[in-house]
Design a binder for this molecule. Sequence first.
Ligand code: AMP
Length: 186
Amino acid sequence: MNIILFGPPGAGKGTQAERIIEHYSLAHLSTGNMFRSAIQNKTPLGLKVSSILASGELVSDDIVVALVQEETEKEIYHNGCIYDGFPRTVAQSAAFDQMLSERNQQVDILLSLTVDNDELVNRILSRGQGRSDDTEEGIKHRLTVYNNETKPVLNYYKEKGQVIEIDGTGSVDDVFNRIKDAIDAI
Ligand code: AMP
């Protein structure tokens, strides 16, 4: 089962992804985590993307798609995965669908976590992970990038009938229970 966990920055994707993989024994692919780890390890990829992450812009589609293509060739992803933070543009979505169909797989469902804007900024500011892009200005910019470039991904999958909206407000358990109901109904 391939699940896209979708939502604006601060919607709780990372936290919910952890709960989902624990409960359903799925692999977890977070492009944001992969980039942060590359930056920390000062790999050529890390050096290339470090200023992009700091600015809140998106890494280019060709870099992201090549990274996901290479990573998902690993066996651990073949029985299903939670994709968290990917795809983030319509071009990435089309490339992703193509990638999966070459493996006789598909996106089974996109879970869209909805949280209103003010709540998002508050959540990110208070999560205190010390991420370099977690300044108020950085967050607002990431929300703008999300609205302009990432939101259209929702329509792309809506047209294919693959979107389920999940109310992302309330406790971690509340949100996880809603997600569980949605996944179990597939
Ligand atoms: P995240 O941890 O998912 O919020 O990602 C942190 C940052 O990594 C984003 O603000 C982007 O700069 C970059 N990034 C992560 N995933 C993608 C993606 N699928 N496409 C482009 N940039 C990405």
